[in-house]
Design a protein around this ligand. Structure first.
Ligand code: GRF
Length: 206
């Protein structure tokens, strides 16, 4: 499975995925290209340092559809089959989403549907929740909305501030994203409405 990563920033989720592949924990996966919409994204520098294809496709001041078309072209050139958003800070156009049906994943640092959008960890902290976490989901046309593949929870401690909470969530993000990719690559699932359901192969054969 050839993976295309889209990012805009630090790239720690991308690096966690790259580490999983390198350590043989994501059999059958390879990162074909890493694309950033920002030239100074740390993640793109990290990609190039690892010898991966790092491509900057600037989005500033451009129409979304036109920018997305260029990204799609780049993904196709690299034979990408699965797109992973890893801190990609632009909304995707419907044309992009339709080009990769159920083949675009995103990670969000909250237990969706709570706290979509920006600064989810701060939102959760400010709300006073006792349990927080992260969500890996398929991307659809609505913000942080598509079918959920998996979620991981963390406790919110009395001693926390939003920064400490975000750090605890991020540790789980790094585990969750690779797990979700492995599940998608395995193909052993079905989507029924909003439900992502694991298929039990043994049960199917009997
Ligand atoms: C992560 O918290 C992720 O959940 C959100 O954006 C952040 C990206 O962090 N979508 P990084 O660039 O992967 O370190």
């Amino acid at each position: 499975m050839r993976i295309g990563i889209l990012l805009s920033g630090r790239g720690s989720n991308f690096l966690a995925i790259a580490d999983s592949i390198r350590q043989g924990r994501l059999a059958g996966a390879e990162i074909a290209v890493v694309i950033s919409n920002l030239a100074d994204a740390q993640g793109i520098t990290a990609a190039r340092e690892r010898g991966l294809n790092g491509v900057v496709i600037e989005g500033r001041g451009r129409k979304r559809a036109e920018h997305d078309a260029e990204i799609l072209e780049c993904l196709r050139q690299h034979g990408v089959e699965l797109v992973c958003l890893a801190g990609y800070m632009r909304l995707l156009s419907p044309g992009f989403i339709h080009a990769y049906p159920d083949r675009i994943l995103n990670i969000h640092p909250s237990l969706l549907p709570a706290f979509p959008g920006l600064e989810a960890q701060q939102q959760a902290f400010d709300y006073g929740v006792k349990v927080a976490g992260c969500t890996v989901h398929f991307v659809d046309e609505h913000l942080d909305h598509g079918v959920i593949i998996l979620q991981k929870t963390v406790p919110v401690l009395d001693s926390d501030d939003a920064h400490a909470l975000a750090k605890r969530i991020l540790e789980q993000e790094h585990i969750a994203y690779s797990e979700a990719i492995a599940r998608v690559i395995s193909g052993r699932y079905q989507i029924s409405g909003r439900h992502y359901l694991l298929r039990d192969e043994a049960a199917e054969k009997s």
